[in-house]
Design a protein around this ligand. Structure first.
Ligand code: ACO
Length: 708
């Protein structure tokens, strides 16, 4: 077996293909498939299978796949769903390796059991299945167009994986108009067996593929997909378009983490974590795809904007800030490079404004000057239409410039603003494979994607650690709660979990009488906090079950009686498990750490600053677990209120080390004890540097059907 063998070579390079359901009837999918395979000049052997016609497309047709003499690597199935199982069994007998199951009418239509049976039969027969419910597969390696989409797919270096069939077909059309050549396009449909992860792993190694785009609707087996994305994005750019930015996926809000973790926010954060370039829409995705597939990688981060209009220069500067692009900012150097190619009243401050009075020659000279300087790593060429704009000569000049930049492996893109002539010029340039855009933002966003891909390539993989958090001891606490019929831990149990994991919690004891409460307070030291402990009262404050800042024995006595009375009034049947007496924690910067099991991605970690930042501004972010220390730091930095941790208005910076340690430990608890479904520390006070953190309130949810 060769190195990095993903077992998918034959899938992309089948030597022989049978079409089950091949038809002579124009308009049938079995006809279109044959037409595409034949007119696409498939390089392998093609076997039509049809029980009625002895000949299909002028070729001998077989009644049954088992009648074929030679081997069959792939069978494309396009017959009604009810007949598929029989044919799959025959394919297994024949020793087929891959099935491309076009047929609909399986799980997407509620026929889950039929799909399960068909997939099982295929897997038992040693086959892998693409689909069902797909438009098929195109692979340039053997010129196989086994789709019922358009003919004449242009060969190239871009791979597309799509969950939506109809959109996939439309995408083939879009690649043709955009002049994008494909190495493959694969429709995954119901993902009964093969999914994006299988394909990505292979495409990462595929020498014909330079960039990958995936259109995703829903994620199954998300943890596996993330692993594969992490690997692939370190080699090739992966652009993902996911539909549905709704919050529907959010779990019923048992905790903040649940309600804040809307499916799209989580998807967005974990895609970023994995180095995926997430495009807002198809148009943006295609712009990035085309640009990244063709552009050389910049050798550094210093970008220069050359413009003949101040206004668009400012717009581009704003866009650069949004996309994190660094503009070269060395006035002396810029003057040396550019002053000879502009009028005296131009500006040598990046953006280089050669002004509207500059001639085409000036413009060309400025771009060439940027090309010649090793200090300029990438160029953005902006152009505002001027009175003497000449479409033909401008296109020629840009084509020449572009070729020079490509020859020197320096990325460049163009944004042209103007009327009809300018639009035609853009069209002309694009048809020549030159990245010319109408909008400044579109152009800058392409550079943003290119730079993020470059970061992926340079990123050092840090070890993702799972700290030993005393999982055996924690497991016992969880078991006791489950045995008690609960799906949550009482506060002293939750505290014990965090203590076992090495997360600083306040000193605390459970009291069952006034005397015990007073004794506990003496031991802990005043002031203390008292809280009701009841499996029937989740929202303690609402029930009047919390008393803060108790200074002496008398106050503790009064508070004890009051809390019991309030709890009885709130719910006369509530079981009271005691009153927790705790150290009154002095105030620090409020933060929230949450961890939960996401339906798509498995264990995830959430961080945010507490109070209004989380309540009002929903200023939180997420990472899939386990994480490296570097990922924990990037999670902190992603929240908008992060500067508060660094100290503002003369305040000292906060103990970020201790905060990261607690985050990593919370993550490790969730990763190692599978019966814990949610952990939320809210708030966690963070003190000044060196002074640590302290948990104030904890909520832990548990479920029986998971294993430690
Ligand atoms: N073995 C071989 N050939 C067979 C078999 C068999 N067991 N049974 C039937 N056939 C032949 C038929 O005789 C027919 O050929 P003919 O035209 O010479 O008579 C051919 O296979 C097709 O069979 P039909 O019964 O005519 O089926 P039809 O073509 O109407 O539908 C299809 C089959 C297309 C697979 C349909 O069931 C289906 O699933 N359609 C939806 C496909 C789809 O949309 N997929 C998702 C794409 S993604 C998107 O949204 C675009």
């Amino acid at each position: 077996m060769k190195e990095n063998d993903t077992g998918m070579d034959l899938f992309f390079e089948p030597g022989s293909v049978a079409v089950i359901g091949a038809s002579n009837t124009v308009g049938k999918i079995g006809y279109k498939l044959m037409d595409n395979i034949v007119s696409g000049s498939y390089e392998g052997k093609l076997y039509p299978i049809n029980p009625r016609d002895p000949e299909v497309f002028g070729m001998k047709a077989y009644k049954n796949i088992t009648e074929i003499e030679g081997p069959v690597d792939m069978a494309v199935i396009a017959i009604p769903a009810t007949f598929v199982l029989d044919e799959v069994e025959k394919c297994a007998k024949k020793g087929v390796k891959f099935l491309v199951m076009i047929t609909s009418g399986f799980s997407e239509a509620g026929n889950i059991e039929l799909e399960r049976k068909v997939i099982k039969a295929a897997r038992d027969g040693g086959m892998r299945v693409l689909g069902p419910n797909i438009f098929g597969l195109y692979s340039s390696r053997v010129s196989l167009n086994a789709t019922f989409g358009p003919k004449g797919v242009k060969k190239g270096s871009v791979a597309i994986i799509t969950q939506s069939g109809a959109l996939g077909i439309a995408m083939i059309g879009m690649t043709a108009t955009e002049g994008i050549g494909l190495s493959s396009i694969i429709s995954v449909g119901n993902k009964g067996d093969l999914d994006e992860a299988d394909l990505l792993d292979h495409l990462a190694e595929d020498v014909n593929t330079k960039a990958i785009m995936a259109y995703i609707e829903g994620i199954t087996r998300g943890e596996r997909m993330l692993e594969s994305l992490r690997r692939v994005t370190r080699k090739k750019p992966v652009i993902v378009i996911k539909s549905g930015r709704s919050r529907r996926g959010a779990m019923a809000a048992a905790s903040h983490t649940g309600s804040l973790a809307g499916s799209d926010e989580v998807f967005d954060a974990v895609m970023r974590q994995c180095g995926v370039l997430r495009a807002e829409n198809l148009e943006e995705g295609f712009n990035w795809l085309k640009f990244i597939a063709d552009a050389p990688l910049p050798s550094g981060k210093d970008t220069v904007i050359v413009t003949n209009g101040g206004g668009i220069g400012v717009m581009a500067t704003d866009a650069c800030e949004k996309y994190g692009i660094e503009l070269l900012d060395e006035p002396e150097l810029m003057r040396n490079i550019f002053s000879s190619s502009m009028p005296s009243f131009g500006s040598c401050k990046n953006p280089i404004d050669i002004t509207g009075q500059a001639s085409e020659v000036n413009y060309k000279d400025a771009l060439l000057a940027g090309l010649e300087s090793d200090r300029v790593h990438a160029m953005m060429a902006l152009y505002c239409q001027t009175a003497d704009f000449d479409k033909a000569s401008y296109s020629e000049m840009i084509t020449l410039i572009h070729n020079e930049y490509m020859r020197k492996h320096k990325p460049i893109a163009y944004s042209l603003v103007g009327g009809e002539e300018v639009s035609e010029c853009i069209k002309e340039l694009r048809s020549r494979g030159i990245p010319a855009f109408q909008g400044v933002y579109e152009m800058v966003s392409c550079f943003g994607a290119l730079y993020r891909f470059r970061e992926n390539l340079l990123r050092e993989e840090q070890e993702r650690v799972s700290i030993d958090t005393g999982s055996i001891q924690i497991g016992k606490i969880v078991d006791a709660a489950l045995a008690d019929g609960r799906d949550f831990l009482l506060s002293h149990e939750a505290r014990a979990v965090l203590e076992a994991a090495g997360i600083p919690t306040p000193k605390s004891r459970i009291a069952h009488t006034i005397e015990e409460a007073m004794e506990a307070a003496e031991m802990i030291g005043y002031p203390v906090v008292m809280k009701i402990v009841s499996r029937d009262i989740l929202h303690k404050s609402d029930a009047g079950g919390v008393a803060l800042d108790l200074e002496d024995q008398e106050e503790v006595m009064d508070a004890y009686q009051l809390i019991i009375r309030n709890a009885r009034n709130y719910d006369p049947h509530a079981r009271i498990d005691g009153i927790e007496v705790s150290e009154m924690v002095h105030k620090g910067l409020e933060t929230i750490i949450g961890a939960r099991r996401d339906r798509s991605f498995g264990p995830i970690l959430m961080f945010g600053l507490g109070g209004i930042y989380v309540e009002v501004m929903k200023d939180v972010s997420f990472r899939a677990l386990p994480i490296s220390r570097g990922e924990a730091i990037s999670l902190l930095k992603e929240v908008r209120s992060y500067p508060l941790l660094l100290g503002v208005r003369g305040e000292e910076s906060k103990d970020i080390e201790a905060l990261i340690d607690s985050m990593m430990r919370v993550g490790s608890i969730l990763s190692s004890v599978k019966r814990i479904t949610d952990i939320e520390i809210n708030p966690l006070f963070v003190y000044e540097r060196g002074k640590g953190v302290k948990v104030v309130d904890i909520r832990i949810m548990v479920a029986r059907d998971r294993e430690v």
